[in-house]
Design a protein around this ligand. Structure first.
Ligand code: GAP
Length: 513
């Protein structure tokens, strides 16, 4: 039987296309794998998410400033950052299905299944015993202890093989765990090979190796190489942060699940420069702050959880994800990383330029430590879109699809709808549009029956519909229909702005954090 969650995800994807949010890239040529275009409503929603992030960082923190660095960077940047040597994923092919996988993800799949088994045991026991003590149960129940032991063993072996880049060992683990290809069902695997995720191209007209440059796989390096430029010109004092929103590119081995894992995507990253030794304090601080930023959107606090990294990236001494409950389950939405002084130190070594901060309070020079917050804009988009999507049965037996997008993020704030296309109603509606358009993104429509127009606005998440009817011409009042409650109230045109203002205001949303 089809999983209802899969169906829901499929419906969200086709809705996104049908209503101008997301189109497959170059669709007339059958698309390009894991690359997508944002349509007229998608770009508005995306811009609003960016605004929410940018204002949180740069308006609410007087020690954070924003930059916009180029995508192309000097190729040595990527040698220094470790990406040339270490930004690899271990790939493995199944010879029968000819499908390619990430070996570490196949192994993690086994771990996830064992974790599910533990959860089932816990759930069963919790139902049986009053005053159930989870910690006690998982440390004493023989079956759970066995599962946990197995998880720990697998993790240790995988971590060890990855840290030594020992691909033969990793393949052995796949064999020992008896992993079969989900498509062919066979265990006919190739060797595991390291695959570098960076896209490269040539700069200039001569295609020599020396001209090889990369499309940045993370925006962070544009901040690191500009650390002193910003610190000096902005007279920034530690602790301070630099924020940036921009494109990143990764040649993902397994790119699927719509815009969750793309080959071209956008990141919203902030590097926070701190005094060495204080990084764990700031790491905890940003973990908490970022979670609050997500929760303020009102998508449900239970839909977020932290997930600590077991396998740390080459630059980190602590790292965790904020995971979101996407239609396919809890997955990484944002990463919070304590990156030590790895990047600045390495850029200092490779460039021969000092990248140090003079701390006038301590009268000493040092290379700052960095705590980074990094959230994928496209994943944020998916989290908002998927949780906003609702299929509803109404009291009169009809159906509606409504996007309950947080109003400050909605592509349009107000739709202005003359009840009829005659009797001066369109002209009056245009008058109201001219009044409101400087404050809110408005949408004007006069075609089709009013009910149909309401449904179309529900489907793109417009929080308010203003209907102009014959009474409007007499007493300068309109009806305002609320997307979520579908209730209508009659208000004076002069009062419309104040009625909707607070609920769609980005400032009010920011105040909730
Ligand atoms: N500078 C650190 C960094 O790039 P990351 O965990 O690799 O860390 C940060 O990426 C965030 O970027 C992720 O949490 C995710 O939201 C987003 N992201 C990473 N790869 C992505 C992809 N292929 N498609 C869409 N978003 C991606």
């Amino acid at each position: 039987m089809a999983n209802p969650e899969d169906n829901l995800f499929k419906n969200v994807i086709s809705h996104a296309k049908e209503y101008g949010f997301i189109f497959p890239s170059s669709e007339i040529y059958d698309g390009l794998s894991a690359v997508y275009d944002y349509g007229q409503n998608g770009s508005e929603l995306k811009n609003n998410i960016k605004e929410y992030w940018w204002k949180f960082m740069t308006l609410l923190h007087d020690n954070i400033v924003g930059i916009d660095a180029a995508i192309f960077m000097h190729p040595t940047t990527w040698k220094a950052s470790g990406h040339v040597d270490a930004f690899n994923d271990p790939m493995i092919d199944n010879k029968d299905s000819k499908k390619r996988y990430r070996a570490d993800q196949l192994i993690e799949g086994v771990i996830e299944k064992l974790e599910e088994k533990i959860e089932k045991e816990v759930e069963k026991a919790a139902k049986r015993f009053e005053n159930f003590d989870r910690a006690m149960f998982v440390s004493t129940n023989a079956r759970v202890v066995e599962y946990q032991k197995k998880i720990d063993e697998i993790n240790t072996r995988m971590k060890d093989a990855l840290s030594r880049s020992d691909m033969a060992d990793l393949k052995q683990l796949v064999i020992d765990l008896d992993i079969a290809d989900p498509i062919s069902g066979t265990k006919n695997w190739t060797d595991v090979r390291q695959f570098n995720l960076m896209f490269s191209t040539e700069m200039g007209s001569v295609a020599e190796d020396a001209n090889k440059i990369y499309l940045r796989p993370e925006t962070a390096q544009g901040i690191f190489v500009n650390f002193l430029n910003v610190q000096k010109t902005g007279r920034m004092k530690i602790p301070f942060g630099i924020a940036q929103i921009g494109k990143a590119f990764r040649n993902e081995i397994v790119a699927r699940q719509f815009i969750f894992r793309m080959r071209e995507f956008e990141q919203m990253e902030m590097q926070f420069f701190v005094k060495p030794g204080e990084e764990m304090k700031w790491y905890e601080y940003w973990k908490e702050k970022r979670l609050k930023w997500h929760q303020a959107l009102g998508l449900g606090n239970d839909n977020y959880r932290y997930h600590d990294h077991l396998n740390l990236a080459h630059y980190a001494n602590a790292a965790c994800d904020i995971q979101f409950n996407f239609p396919m389950g809890f997955r990484e939405l944002e990463g919070i990383h304590s990156r030590t002084d790895f990047d600045l130190k390495s850029h200092e070594k490779y460039s021969g330029k000092k990248l140090q901060y003079f701390d006038s309070e301590d009268n000493q020079n040092y290379i700052p430590y960095v705590v980074e917050t990094s959230v994928g804009l496209d994943r944020m988009f998916l989290s908002v879109l998927a949780s906003a999507y609702h299929e509803e049965k109404l009291e009169d037996g009809s159906d509606r699809v409504v996007l309950r997008i947080p109003p400050p993020l909605a592509p349009n704030k107000v739709a202005i709808l003359p009840l009829m296309k005659k009797d001066g109603l369109p002209e009056k509606a245009q008058e109201i549009m001219n009044l409101l358009k400087f404050d809110f993104r408005c949408f004007y429509e006069e075609k089709d029956a009013i009910g149909k127009r309401y449904r179309r606005q529900d489907a793109i998440g417009t929080p308010y519909c203003i209907t102009v009817d014959h009474q409007t011409l007499q007493d300068n009042t309109v009806t305002i229909r609320n997307r979520d409650t579908m209730k209508q109230e009659r208000v004076a045109i002069a009062a419309v702005k104040s009625v909707i203002q607070d609920s769609v205001s980005m400032a009010e949303l920011l105040k909730r954090i």
